[in-house]
Design a protein around this ligand. Sequence first.
Ligand code: NAD
Length: 425
Amino acid sequence: MAVLTPTVTLDQEINPWEAQSARFEFAARKLNLDEGLWKVLSSPSREVIVHFPVTMDDGRIEMFTGYRVQHSQARGPAKGGIRYSPDCTLDEVRALASWMTWKCAVVNIPFGGAKGGVICDPKKMTITELERMTRRYTAEIIEFIGPEKDVPAPDMNTNEQTMAWIMDTYSMHMRQTVTSVVTGKPLSLGGSRGRTEATGRGVMVACDESLRYLKMPIEGCRVIIQGFGNVGSNAARLMMEHGYKVIGIAEKDGGLFNPNGIDIHQLLEYKYRHNTLLGFRGAEAMPSEELILSECEILVPAAMENVITSRNAEKIKARILVEGANGPTTAVADEILAEKRIFVVPDILANAGGVTASYFEWVQDRQGYFWKEAIVNEQLETILRDSFDDVVRYAEAHNVNNRIAAYMLAIDRVAHTIKQRGLYA
Ligand code: NAD
């Protein structure tokens, strides 16, 4: 297989926009993508940067910078989260916006891709400051968002309360309640049943399908999960209930290991009471960096970007890698994993359960009719199983790995839509 990336520095390796571009270019070349469409798809269609003031609790005025990047609206309204982080950059938001385009196309839902962010440190802000900042940011980008334009959702350091404030601000300007302007809302404000655990459920489906494809049993299948937040903890619980043996959980402040399997129900209760995993008696403590390199059948990075790089990919011992997080593996690490014949379920497929349930939320809000949780879960699982099948068949047909297959499938779908629509003017 051709080499994906030339020699790069670690800084370039972990730049998310570079990582996205490397995969895009490789997949586009394999697809023989028309040169014009290549140009259209290799950059975002709109990048909004806003600088805006917020009055802090002590009366001081602070200026904040926010972004909203829309990569594509070819297949439907742009869709993607908003993150609050001191390290948020335009390159990161750009990369995440384009990943959303590819992710929505892989699972074939009628959305394009977007992402937003505000540079701030939410841990140092009060709830009233966060509310004022959220409302002003919403007002600054208001003409670019909307149920038919661009539908935000929670991401790092934003949650259902943030979405409720955005929905309320938007509704005040529109002079009517518009619940479908955001997803990831509280249930009482038009949220969907099953949304909270949807990404973790999707990760489990990706694991089930990988085992089925590789003809490996669930019984005795050892799993290590990095991150015990929304994605990691829900995946861990659902997988334990489904018969997997979750032998390791790696968190920011340390890891836990038990070769006989960790009782995730007990661990969730422990975390709820102590706000940490440290000191849990049902497993031994182990440094997180060591834990993710331990022997297992499935490794699920479900914490953050750039966890598997040229520095550690060689040492990964898992047979299957299921990417719960966005961008956990760099393009350079991809090549090392491919040489080791590790079966990778890429992020744009493995964590697409979240955006798929968000699509259901948007549909329910527009219908004004809310589905039972069993219906949400059943529809979610059907879409994800079909998408897994599409990706592995594409990989076989084109003799590429699953990540490149997922990109090729997505780029092909988006390019086809653009061709059918034609270019205006
Ligand atoms: P979260 O904040 O709920 O959880 C992240 C967890 O990872 C936290 O418990 C945190 O302590 C832990 N963590 C942070 N740094 C770590 C480190 N260095 N080592 C080990 N653990 C570490 O976030 P989340 O919603 O679970 O999202 C996790 C990842 O999944 C992100 O990449 C996010 O973009 C992606 N994702 C989330 C969703 C969703 O629906 N929540 C959907 C798609 C993708």
